[in-house]
Design a protein around this ligand. Structure first.
Ligand code: BGP
Length: 467
């Protein structure tokens, strides 16, 4: 029997400024750390990416044609404030007005992220979100967006606070490539959660018309065995990657259990953090003001106890079987050979989203509603004379949709889904051979080709039936 989605279920496509726009130094845009970092690495750059800076009308028209109700996108902070604060770059402001006007013309709802991994370089060099002054700059930039872009109804403060902080200071996959620094990691997590709360409070107290939330990357953790030490490892990994952020978002403080786990992790790593208690005033105020929770989910993890020195190898090449993730005092994320995984070693376990959704409803009953803001399959698509048969992606999506629908049946208020990604985009650490799009992009010509999955997605959107 085929499962159904609710009639008003929103079907969207997701992007992020730096991954699609290109034009990284055009029309007054200020630099971001990625610009120089990628040149130094010498593998690929984000220029022109999917050339959304010039092709936005093509992509928005494709949304319309393929029944994609909503476009998740982000504003590049350094297009608006080239140095992160101070003088406004009018050309950047005009560009986003044009994009929103095009959305309106086709009846596509823009779902706009304020920060998606692209802090202006001037602020990044001053410590990014480890520096409390940058919180003020972020908050001012957010307020500027609320005032200026009245066309936008849906706002997200941050994209993926956990990966933003851990890729900078724990895995070292993102600039500034610092590894295993739990003090910096947790400080950045907290500071971004505090910045989120400040922006939410400004939005609500300013009575702006619209909805505001945050997009978290939430990955279920399961113990690798029944052994108590593995159960505890999964609990620690979950406390850092899920509970710390969900507590901050929906309680406005960190529960005793969460802090016990965090302190245990910090102690094993011979460090500590200090949090200014007064931050919780803003955070508690914001906790019941989130209109929605955005969830990005691609993988689930099985965790085994690990107490040796941390070791990390991040598979960025798509060479299957190379990923290593072992953090001292937290655990080792193991591969499960009985489960399918992508060429980048991301385990495919659609049931994980069901467990996650049901758990949020139980643990954080004030969540209001949920949008799945990213989910999709990174794949080496095969292009054959304009035809892209991506059955693997359709299978992946079908699995996820079925479990989302099951969670909705159990009373979880999921209102929509955004595939990552709308069209093929630039991937931060994987470049261009890891494709996610419903639309294939020939990066040489910038021509778009709908994949088989785009037709599947259109059918699901039109009929609300998961085929
Ligand atoms: C999320 C990010 C996206 C996107 C996606 C896929 O973490 O929000 O920006 O990149 O993951 O990840 P990747 O490109 O590494 O495969």
């Amino acid at each position: 029997e085929l499962r159904k989605l609710p009639e008003d279920f929103l079907m969207g496509g997701a992007t992020a400024a730096y991954q699609v726009e290109g034009a990284i130094d055009k029309d007054g845009k200020g630099p971001v750390a990625w610009d120089t970092f990628l040149v130094e690495k010498g593998r690929y750059t984000a220029e022109p990416a999917s050339d959304f800076y010039h092709q936005y009308s093509v992509d928005i028209e494709l949304c319309k044609k393929f029944k994609i109700d909503s476009l998740r996108m982000s504003i590049a902070w350094s297009r608006i404030f080239p140095k992160g604060y101070g003088e406004v770059n009018q050309k950047g402001v005009e560009y986003y007005h044009k994009v929103f006007a095009e959305c309106k013309k086709h009846g596509i709802k823009p779902f706009v992220t304020i920060h998606h991994f692209d802090t202006p370089k001037a602020l990044f060099d001053e410590g990014d979100f480890l520096n409390r002054e940058n919180i003020e700059h972020f908050v001012n930039y957010a307020k500027f967006c609320f005032d200026e872009f009245e066309e936008v109804y849906y706002w997200s403060t941050f994209n993926e606070i956990y990966p933003a902080a851990t890729n900078q200071y724990l895995t070292g996959a993102f600039p500034p490539e610092i590894q295993f620094d739990l003090q910096k990691t947790i400080t950045a997590l907290h500071n971004m959660m505090y910045a989120h709360a400040r922006a939410v409070n400004i939005f609500k107290e300013g009575n702006y018309d619209g909805e505001i939330g945050v997009v978290h990357s939430l990955e279920p953790k399961y113990p690798a065995s029944d052994a108590p030490e593995d159960i505890h490892a999964a609990e620690l990994d979950d406390a850092l990657s899920v509970k710390f952020l969900m507590d901050a978002t929906y309680l406005g403080y960190y529960s005793d259990h969460t802090m016990q786990c965090i302190n245990e992790i910090l102690a094993v790593n011979e460090t500590s953090i200090s949090i200014d208690e007064s931050d919780f005033i803003e955070m508690e105020k914001a906790a019941n003001r989130n209109d929605y929770l955005g969830i990005n989910n691609y993988v689930s993890h099985w965790v085994k106890a690990y107490n040796d020195e941390s070791q990390m190898f991040y598979n960025t090449t798509g060479e299957k079987g190379t990923q290593v993730y072992r953090i001292k005092g937290i655990g080792e994320r193991i591969q499960r050979d009985d489960l399918p995984r992508t060429d980048w070693d991301w385990l495919i376990y659609p049931e994980g989203i069901y467990d996650l959704l049901v758990r949020i409803k139980e643990d954080y009953p004030n969540y209001q509603k949920i949008y799945i803001t990213e989910n999709g399959l990174g794949y080496k698509d095969h292009f054959d004379d304009g035809i892209i048969l991506d059955d693997a992606r359709i299978d992946y999506l079908r699995g996820y949709f079925n479990y989302i629908s099951k969670a909705i049946d159990e009373g979880v208020n999921v209102k929509g889904y955004f595939i990552w990604s709308l069209m093929d985009v630039f991937s931060w650490v994987n470049g261009y051979n890891k494709r996610y799009g419903l639309f294939y992009v020939d990066f040489e010509t910038q021509k778009r080709y709908p994949k088989e999955s785009a037709y599947w997605y259109k059918f699901v959107s039109e009929t609300k039936t998961i085929i």
